[in-house]
Design a protein around this ligand. Structure first.
Ligand code: PMP
Length: 509
């Protein structure tokens, strides 16, 4: 009877794993194969069958340098992570809410060493979206407020409450903005309304932010301001620290809490700091981190003070660190430390940025290069002077780079920003390969008759719409008539899931 109960729990967990199928390659060797739709949205999706370190391999065993899978923080299928998950999954198939004493998890204490002292309470859940939702609940309960302030073009996740905090989602999907959400403009000094050339640009952005926060105060009581400390999602926009510090001040004066979404920027990616809020010299009330802490294993954390977490009362136990999270999170931190990955992020990141800046001088299509550590964005424009976003060129570059065995992604509202956010084991040799191949692709662009004034001729290069809107989510439903072509024997995800379940059951027997 007991084994039947256990079996049914495992079945339900495995069916959840199916939902997370796109995560598997980041994390586990049992990923088998999948279509890399969210990276390559052309007619011939990549057929990745395995991945290791910063590399992915397709069904012909060709090796690709992965420059975008930031979730595979310490490297794809890191053996210690896979092993930790495997061993602890064998021990515990119980959801975190269950009141079972497995002993005190050590992972929160390890994370604590990386944080300011006041951030001493760790609530665990399964995704960044869930963490953002929880942070919203915490701030509303703690302040008694309802109003939330967000930055324009932000994306904080894919569940309903969180969609409202994500202008990138509600703008793209024509969803009406919720009344309780207030949007401040991003301090985009390259393309925004106030630019680098204007010495008062930041003051102007701040004046606009002040107005929005005042509007939020008039609408109700301010609960929170949520933002990435460095705005990666809208296209690697690096706000000056003074801007963020001032916005935090404005929000706190209005009674709200400040939430730092470190899903993309946390865990040493900057090289110089473990968290990007530290580099910005702000002290958030709540920090959110997502799947990078599990190298792709579905775990996330809301980190806050005891005082704020206390508003949850008894519900806090729903968010305890499970044995699997404890083991997986610990080995990811250990991997970071032992393999000196923060040092890598600092040195390789600096090298990459310098080399890309050189490339910018050589190629008219690169309008701006910015970033820090292993997160770099390049604006692709029709000309440096016009700064007109060149989405088609960016897409073409991504696809040409794929032919050069380098995976890049185009991001941002205009989808013209090339992003480099690789696993943290990305080496200087990888950076050199990326730069050389990018140089080659950019040099060859005119040969493809891509002329500034011939934008319309690019339509022939246009990529199938509707498969996916970018690396960072907003996956669009596939349209009728756009069925996957599996005629070459490539397994689709349904077969993959079945096979995975069968082999798992077989192992249990
Ligand atoms: N915040 C940011 C900044 C993100 O990039 C994402 C998704 N990558 C999320 C929140 C949501 O995380 P998840 O996909 O784990 O729900």
């Amino acid at each position: 009877m007991l084994s039947l109960v256990m079996l049914s729990i495992i079945v339900s967990l495995l069916s959840k794993v199916h939902v997370q199928m796109e995560l598997l390659p980041y994390f586990c060797d049992f990923s088998k194969s999948f279509r890399l739709q969210n990276l390559q949205k052309d007619h011939r999706p990549l057929k990745i069958v395995r991945a290791s370190h910063q590399y992915m391999y397709d069904n012909t065993n060709s090796e690709y340098i992965d420059c975008v899978n930031f979730v595979s923080h310490v490297g794809h299928c890191h053996p210690s992570v896979v092993r930790a998950a495997y061993l602890t999954n064998n021990l515990e198939a119980i959801t975190p809410g269950w009141d079972i004493d497995w002993g005190e998890p050590t992972y929160p204490q390890q994370l604590r060493h990386t944080l300011p002292e006041y951030l001493d309470t760790f609530l665990f859940c399964n995704s960044g979206s869930e963490a953002v939702d929880l942070s919203l609940q915490l701030s509303q309960l703690y302040t008694g407020g309802t109003e939330a302030v967000v930055t324009d073009n932000a994306f904080h996740g894919s569940i309903d409450s969180v969609h409202h905090l994500s202008p990138k989602v509600f703008k793209t999907n024509n969803i009406t903005k919720a009344d309780w959400v207030h949007i401040i403009p991003m301090p985009d000094l390259y393309r925004g309304e106030h630019r680098r050339e204007d010495p008062a640009a930041i003051d102007k952005y701040l004046a606009e932010a002040r107005e929005v926060v005042q509007g939020a105060r008039q609408a109700g009581k301010v609960a929170c301001f949520i933002s990435e400390p460095m705005l990666i999602i809208p296209g690697c926009i690096m706000p000056p620290s003074t801007w963020l510090q001032e916005v935090y001040k404005l929000v706190r004066e209005s009674g709200g809490l400040c939430i730092a979404d470190e899903v993309q920027t946390g865990l040493g990616r900057l090289g110089s700091h473990f968290w990007s809020f530290q580099a910005q010299e702000v002290n958030p009330d709540i920090v959110i981190i997502g799947k990078t802490i599990g190298n792709g294993y579905p775990m996330a954390s809301v980190i806050t003070s005891k005082e704020i977490a206390a508003v949850l009362g008894d519900r806090a136990k729903e968010y305890r660190c499970s044995q699997v999270m404890n083991a997986v999170g610990s080995v990811v931190l250990e991997g970071l430390r032992q393999e000196h990955l923060m040092e890598t992020a600092a040195s390789v990141g600096t090298f990459l940025l310098e080399e890309l800046l050189k490339l910018q001088h050589k190629h008219e299509y690169i309008g701006d290069v910015r970033g820090r550590g292993l997160m770099v964005g390049m604006e692709v424009v029709w000309s440096r002077q016009s700064r007109k976003p060149a989405q088609e060129i960016a897409e073409l570059i991504v696809n040409k780079m794929r032919e050069e065995y380098v995976i890049l992604a185009n991001e941002g509202q205009e989808r013209n920003i090339l992003m480099v956010m690789p696993p943290m084991c990305f080496t200087q040799e990888n950076a050199i390969s990326l730069i050389q191949r990018l140089d080659k692709v950019l040099t060859e662009l005119p040969k493809h008759r891509i002329l500034k004034e011939e934008e319309s001729s690019l339509l022939s290069y246009r990529i199938l719409p509707g498969i996916c809107e970018g690396r960072l989510g907003i996956i669009q439903p596939q349209k009728a008539g756009e069925e996957e072509d599996d005629s070459d024997g490539f397994q689709n995800s349904k077969n993959m899931d079945l096979e995975y379940r069968q082999s798992s059951y077989h192992d249990l027997d």
